[in-house]
Design a protein. Structure first.
Length: 745
C-alpha cells in the first residue's frame, strides 16, 4: 500500500488523543469484554510471530493472516514494517468478528534504526539522563512504524561474563540496575513527543535469569532467597515503582519451579507484595517448555500451570490457545481468571488509543523524518562516548595529537561495520560508522597506515604471516599503533555462552609482533561482555573499552581518542583475571578467614595461583585528567532513625584536561545481627565535571533506606550500629569514615 492510501485509511478514524481516566478505561474494557466469547478471549492472550519461527522449543506453523481473521491472536511479535503492520491491523479491525485491534510487540533493545551502545555498554555511562534520552529516541522511531510494545528493558543482574546475555543486561550491581531500569522505562513510556510515541515497556526477565549455573543460557538458577531479594529483585522493584506496563518471566527455574509457572514469584511476590497489575507475557515458547522442565506432562498441563501462575500472554507456543477452552469447560481454570488477563490487554489497547484509531501509530513520513536524523545520530554518538571506559593509559599515550604525522590503524575491527551488538537489527548497514571512517571523518592531515593484521577465521599459515608482515610494516611507518581487536558481535547475546572468554589467539600473536616494533600500542576493544585482558594489560600502553557502540560508534571513538571527549565511563561489570574467578564481583561477603587481615597466612580464603581481585573492578575507569579525593567528612558522627547525615568529599581536577568523574558512594554495615553483610554496597553516584585546577564539594545525604537490610527472617529492618561510608572512584576505594546509627530507644 502506498502512503496516500495509508492516510486515507487512517483518516477514517479520529486521531485525537483521548485522556480517559482509569475508571473510564476500566468501564470501557468491561463493556468490550462482555461482547467476547471464550475463543475470542483466548485469542487475545496469544502472541503470534510471522512464519514458523524455529527459535523456541516448539515449532508453531500457523498462518498469520488467517489467524488474525479468525481472532486467534491479539498480539503480533516482530513486525517492524509499517506496510505489514497496516495490513495485519486492517485484517483484525475489518475482518475479524470482534474487530479488536492488534498490539505489535518487538525487541527494540538499544535502538530501532539509530542504534546506541549495547546495554552493558551504556550501563557504564552512569548517565541516566543520556540513557533515558536514547530510550525515548528508540521509542520515537519504533512507534512511527507501528510498534506499540517493546521487549525491553532487560534488567537482569549478572556476575558471570560467560553468560552471553550479560551483554543485554545492567551489569553486576542491583542499585545501578534499578537506576537503569527507571531511566529506560521513562524513555519508552513517555508522552514527550506525543501520545503516538508512547511505547509500552517490558521489564525482563523476572527474576534471576542472570544467574544460570555455569553461565550457560537457559540453565538452572540456584540462589538463596536472600540473594533473590537483595541482588536480583531490586531492578524489578524499581520497574514496578516506575509503572512499567509489562513484565516477562524468566526461562529459568527458581527453587526447582520454572518461573513461567511459579505462583510464589508471579502471584505472591509480584502481584500481591509488589502490587504489579500490568501484563505478564511469557518468553519465547516458555509455556511449552514447561514440559521439558519436567513439571508438565503435556501442553494442557503446561497451559494450566502458567494460567494458575498468572500469565496473561503466551508468546509463540500455543498451549493456552489450544487447551484454554477445555480447561475452562472442565472447571480447571475459571472464567474469571481468563477475564482478568483479557482485561489487562484491553485496557492497554484503550490506553494506547487503538480503539479510537487502530492505525494511529503508523506514520512512515515521520519515520523517514526522524530515523537516522542528525538529532538522533547526535544522541547515539553522545551515549557511545559516555559508555567507553579507559582501562589503561601508560605514559599518557592518549589522547592522540592531530600533529602526529602517521598513525597505524590495524586489526580486524578497524573497518568493521557490524558493531551494533547482538540485539540490534540494522536495516541500513551503510549507516554504521566504522572506526576507520570515524577517524577519517575528522579530516586531519595525519596519514593512516591501515592493515588488517589478522583474520579470526584464517588458518592458512602463509596468509596469516602475510597479514602480520603488512601490519608490522604499517606500525614501523607510524608514530603510534591503534589496534582494533575484540570478539565478533555474534559471540555475545542469547544462546552465546562460552566457557572461555579470552580473545582469539590470532590477535595476541599479532600484538606480540607489533610490540617488537617498539611503537606504543593503543588497544581499542570491541566486545559484548567482559573478556580476559591480563596479558594485554601487562604489555600494551593503552586500552580503550568501546563495547559495540552502535551507529555512530566510529565517530564516538574518534572523539575519545583525540580528546574531544574525555572518557568518563566506569565498568558496570568486573573484568575477571581469569575464568577460575567467575563469578567475581565487588559485593562479596567477608568470610570467617578474610585474606586482607593477614595476606601471608595460608589458611585464608584465597587462590594459590591467582589474585582474589578481578583485573578491573566494578566502577573502575580512567580519565585523561587526574581527580583527587579528599578524606570523607561527615556532618555528624551519629544519627537517629528518621534523620539524615551528610557525607562529603572535596573533588579536585589536578590534571591538564577538563573531565567528568563518576563519584561513587558505597556503604558497609559493619555488624548486622546474625546476618553477614557485603563488604560494600553501591548506594549512590554523581557525575561531576571540572575544569583543570577546579575543586568542588560533592556530598551525599545518607538516609534510612540506604541502611536497612533484610533480617534473618527476611524482613526489612533498620538496625542500630556502626556503618562505614566510602566515597571514591571505584568499588575498590578505601576512602572511608564510620558513623553510628543510634537506637531510637
Amino acid at each position: 500500500m502506498d502512503k496516500e492510501k495509508l492516510y486515507e485509511v487512517k483518516n477514517k478514524y479520529s486521531d485525537v488523543t483521548i485522556n480517559r481516566t482509569e475508571e473510564e478505561i476500566d468501564r470501557m474494557a468491561r463493556e468490550i469484554l462482555e461482547t467476547l466469547n471464550l475463543n475470542q478471549k483466548l485469542g487475545q492472550m496469544y502472541q503470534m510471530v510471522e512464519g514458523a519461527n524455529p527459535f523456541g522449543s516448539k515449532l508453531v506453523d500457523r498462518k498469520l493472516e488467517k489467524s488474525i481473521v479468525n481472532g486467534d491472536t491479539g498480539v503480533i511479535l516482530g513486525t517492524v514494517d509499517w506496510e505489514k503492520a497496516l495490513r495485519f491491523q486492517q485484517l483484525a479491525v475489518e475482518q475479524s468478528a470482534s474487530g479488536i485491534p492488534l498490539l505489535f510487540n518487538a525487541d527494540i533493545i538499544h535502538g530501532c534504526d539509530t542504534i546506541y551502545p549495547i546495554p552493558l555498554g551504556f550501563a557504564c555511562s552512569f548517565d541516566m539522563e543520556a540513557v533515558e534520552k536514547a530510550a525515548r529516541m528508540a521509542a520515537v522511531e519504533a512507534t512511527a512504524i507501528g510498534v506499540h510494545w517493546n521487549n525491553s528493558p532487560m534488567i537482569d543482574v549478572s556476575r558471570d561474563p560467560r553468560w552471553g546475555r550479560c551483554t543485554e543486561g545492567v551489569g553486576e550491581d542491583p542499585y545501578l540496575g534499578a537506576q537503569l531500569a527507571k531511566a529506560q522505562i521513562k524513555g519508552y513510556q513517555s508522552y514527550e513527543h506525543g501520545a503516538n510515541h508512547y511505547m509500552m515497556a517490558c521489564a525482563k526477565h523476572f527474576v534471576a535469569y542472570g544467574a544460570p549455573e555455569g553461565g550457560r543460557d537457559y540453565n538452572t538458577v540456584n540462589i538463596s532467597e536472600r540473594e533473590l531479594y537483595e541482588v536480583y529483585l531490586p531492578p524489578f522493584e524499581a520497574a514496578v515503582r516506575e509503572s512499567v506496563d509489562s513484565i516477562m518471566p524468566a526461562f529459568s527455574t527458581y527453587n526447582n519451579i520454572p518461573v513461567t509457572a511459579h505462583k510464589g514469584l508471579l502471584q505472591t511476590l509480584l502481584r500481591e507484595k509488589l502490587n504489579f497489575d500490568g501484563i505478564l507475557i511469557s518468553d519465547y515458547t516458555a509455556v511449552a517448555e514447561l514440559i521439558n522442565h519436567g513439571v508438565a506432562a503435556n501442553e494442557k498441563e503446561a497451559a494450566q500451570l502458567s494460567l494458575e501462575a498468572g500469565l496473561d500472554v503466551e508468546m509463540v507456543s500455543d498451549c493456552i490457545l489450544e487447551y484454554g477452552r477445555e480447561l475452562v469447560s472442565h472447571g480447571e481454570i475459571s472464567m474469571e481468571r481468563i477475564d482478568a488477563s483479557v482485561m489487562r490487554l484491553l485496557k492497554a489497547k484503550i490506553k494506547l488509543g487503538l480503539f479510537d484509531n487502530p492505525y494511529r501509530y503508523i506514520n512512515p513520513a515521520e519515520y523517514e523524518k526522524v530515523t537516522l536524523s542528525p538529532q538522533h545520530k547526535g544522541i547515539a554518538r553522545d551515549l557511545a562516548r559516555k559508555s567507553m571506559v579507559l582501562l589503561k593509559n601508560e605514559n599518557h599515550v592518549l589522547p592522540l595529537s592531530e600533529q602526529q604525522s602517521a598513525i597505524a590503524l590495524i586489526g580486524p575491527f578497524a573497518k568493521e561495520k557490524e558493531i551494533e551488538g547482538a540485539w540490534a537489527f540494522v536495516k541500513q548497514r551503510e549507516s554504521m560508522v566504522s572506526l576507520s571512517e570515524g577517524l577519517l571523518n575528522r579530516g586531519v592531515d595525519t596519514v593512516f597506515n591501515e592493515a588488517v593484521g589478522c583474520d579470526l577465521k584464517e588458518t592458512d599459515e602463509v596468509k596469516i604471516k602475510a597479514m602480520i608482515d603488512q601490519a608490522v610494516l604499517a606500525a614501523k611507518q607510524s608514530d603510534v599503533v591503534l589496534l582494533a581487536i575484540g570478539e565478533p558481535q555474534q559471540m555475545s547475546g542469547e544462546a552465546k555462552s562460552y566457557g572461555k572468554i579470552d580473545l582469539h589467539s590470532s590477535q595476541k600473536r599479532l600484538t606480540e609482533e607489533l610490540l617488537k616494533t617498539g611503537k606504543p600500542i593503543v588497544v581499542i576493544l570491541f566486545n559484548g561482555r567482559p573478556v580476559l585482558l591480563d596479558w594485554y594489560q601487562q604489555h600494551v600502553q593503552a586500552i580503550l573499552e568501546v563495547w559495540f557502540p552502535g551507529t555512530e560508534g566510529g565517530n564516538g571513538i574518534a572523539d575519545v581518542l583525540y580528546g574531544d571527549y574525555n572518557p568518563s565511563g566506569k565498568l558496570a561489570m568486573s573484568f575477571p583475571y581469569c575464568e577460575g574467578q567467575i563469578p567475581v564481583h565487588y559485593r562479596q561477603l567477608k568470610t570467617g578467614r578474610p585474606l586482607e587481615e593477614n595476606p601471608e597466612d595460608p589458611y585464608r580464603s584465597k587462590y594459590e595461583d591467582i589474585p582474589n581481585e578481578p583485573l578491573y573492578p566494578f566502577g573502575f575507569g580512567l580519565s585523561y585528567t587526574h581527580f583527587e579525593y579528599s578524606k570523607v567528612t561527615l556532618s555528624k558522627d551519629s544519627k537517629k532513625p528518621g534523620e539524615s547525615i551528610r557525607a562529603s568529599v572535596m573533588l579536585t581536577n589536578s590534571g591538564s584536561y577538563q573531565g567528568t568523574e563518576v563519584v561513587q558512594l558505597y556503604i558497609r554495615d559493619i555488624h548486622a545481627y546474625g546476618v553477614s553483610r557485603p563488604v560494600k554496597e553501591l548506594k549512590g553516584f554523581q557525575k561531576v565535571s571540572l575544569k583543570p585546577g577546579e575543586t568542588q564539594q560533592v556530598h551525599f545525604d545518607i538516609t534510612d533506606d540506604m541502611l536497612d537490610y533484610y533480617s534473618v527472617q527476611l524482613k526489612k529492618i533498620l538496625e542500630p550500629g556502626q556503618f562505614e561510608i566510602f566515597i571514591g572512584a571505584s568499588s575498590n576505594t578505601t576512602n572511608s569514615k564510620v558513623f553510628i546509627l543510634n537506637d531510637p530507644k
